[in-house]
Design a protein around this ligand. Structure first.
Ligand SMILES: [Zn+2]
Length: 484
């Protein structure tokens, strides 16, 4: 279905006026992504894709450091494979895209475009695993998936998106559970360190569990408008898929056993989360950890600047690059320095380095931080080391600011009156005691739109407390929020 692409926004809508429009304006103006002629599908533009590549590289390094390897499985999955795990097919059926014809030939068996790959990977594992010696299998796939969506939003919810999906097979239940939690911890460490985005790690409730999993764990982040966003999930699949796909092995005691499985994934929606956690009315603010350009050098184009200023700017660029810093030297003649300042601020470059004839005379440059907009004169002597330190400072400052924001927007509620009042008035996380019943969870969702994001590992004990909804004894403290 073709769709008209809306006009490119000329201005960025203020966050306070309309957060949703602000978000879309920033994503498009900063050239991260754009709408496409295919309804529900986006184009990731080079600047946005560069962020994804940095996310990929950072995660891929960590996956390999924890013993995983990459592989690739087909995009198309036969219908008969998908339907083998009953809960799984029920969960995904409404979102599946079908291929029914190849050329002019109607297919004997319909194919689905993968919404996720447990089914096809499980089928292959059944062939590859014979003995306990073949275990564990620790495979990750970088791929695209398709889930038919009615309402879409750039990066956050699109019909096709990019992700990684880890799929592992283990000899014991304990190993599978360890792996599930290990990968959740890998996500948390990476996202907090490189994306400067604090996340709450915990277990999902049964109603929010991945279709076919025994348990699902998630990391949840709080966006600038007080809505939560699920930033990654890790599932303990138990033996559900092993039984459906017949993944068996001969154990150490010679008995035939089913493997224990896990799967885990993060997607390009992380880029949307970065926009919403750190951005301001001026546009994007990128943490240095995943900024395609950590520093932009803007030469002041006065007089014969190409002979005087530019060589110095190039020398500084080379010095920064040699230190491993990602640098853009914007030496375009077609734009004024003032225009470039605004442009790179809007596109979220963490640090701007200005250099003009007067600075060269004084052997200094101007450094301007995107996050605080502070400007300072900095001597050229020791500039690279100073820049590196400043980038680390910015990375930490963004994380601290996001932690403080989350603290300010997290409220404890022991009564339902408080709960509903907070949900209506001041969006954010609400921590509340919960009895564990799906009925309470469902009526809270119906009445307030808030869902349980997860039960954090760090949740305080709920002994002696009553469920915020029904008043029965509470089992846990759950974190509620309206979410993306
Ligand atoms: Zn209850």
């Amino acid at each position: 279905m073709a769709t008209d692409i809306p006009d490119f926004p000329t201005e960025i809508t203020p966050r306070s006026q309309d957060f949703g429009r602000w978000y879309t304006d920033v994503v498009r103006r900063a050239e991260l992504a754009d709408y496409s002629p295919v309804k529900g599908c986006m184009v990731i533009r080079p600047y946005g894709y560069a962020i994804w590549e940095l996310i990929q590289q950072g995660l891929d390094r960590r996956f390999k450091a924890t013993g995983h390897v990459n592989a690739y499985f087909p995009l198309l999955i036969p219908e008969s494979l998908l339907t083998r795990e009953a809960e799984h097919v029920e969960g995904f059926a409404p979102q599946v895209a079908w291929v029914t014809q190849g050329g002019d030939e109607v297919l004997e068996e319909r194919l689905v475009i993968r919404p996720t790959s447990e089914t096809i990977i499980g089928t292959m594992y059944a062939k590859w695993v014979q003995s306990w010696r073949d275990l564990p299998i620790l495979i990750n796939q970088w791929a695209n998936v398709v889930r038919w969506e009615k309402v879409t939003r750039l990066f956050l919810r699109t019909t096709e998106f990019l992700w990684q999906e880890g799929h592992t097979a283990h000899e014991t239940a304990e190993e599978a559970q360890e792996e599930t939690l290990r990968m959740l911890a890998v996500y948390k460490e990476f996202i907090e360190r490189e994306l400067a985005m604090p996340v709450m790690d915990g277990e999902k409730t049964e109603s929010e569990r991945f279709a076919g999993a025994v348990s699902t764990y998630s990391i949840e982040a709080l966006m600038g408008d007080g809505r939560a966003l699920q930033a990654g999930t890790s599932h303990n699949l138990g033996q559900n898929f092993a039984k459906a796909y017949n993944i068996k092995f001969q154990g150490r005691d010679k008995s035939v056993q089913y493997i224990w499985g896990t799967s885990w994934g993060v997607t390009t929606r992380l880029i949307g989360a970065v926009v919403m956690v750190h951005g301001d009315d001026g546009g994007l603010i990128l943490p240095p950890g995943i900024a395609p350009y950590q520093v932009v050098i803007v030469p002041i184009t006065r007089g014969n600047w190409r002979e005087t200023v530019l060589p110095k700017a190039q020398a500084i660029r080379d010095e920064l690059v040699a230190r491993g810093i990602r640098v853009m030297l914007d030496d375009r003649d077609s734009q004024t320095p003032g225009w470039k300042f605004n442009e790179w601020e809007m596109r979220g470059v963490p640090l701007r380095l200005e250099i003009g004839p007067k600075d060269i005379e004084k052997s200094q440059v101007v450094l301007a931080r995107r996050d605080t907009r502070e400007k300072s004169f900095t001597p050229m002597d020791g500039l690279a080391a100073h820049t590196e330190t400043l980038l680390n400072t910015i990375q930490q400052a963004l994380f601290d600011r996001a932690v403080a924001f989350r603290q300010e927007h997290t409220t404890e509620a022991d009564s339902y009156a408080t709960f509903t009042q907070v949900m209506e008035g001041r969006p954010g996380f609400v921590v509340a005691p919960w009895c564990g019943s799906a009925a309470c969870e469902a009526s809270i969702k119906a009445e307030t739109q808030a869902t349980i994001r997860n039960i954090p590992f760090a949740s305080p004990p709920a002994a002696g407390k009553s469920c915020v909804k029904c008043g029965e004894p509470a089992k846990v403290h759950a974190w509620f929020a309206k979410s993306y």
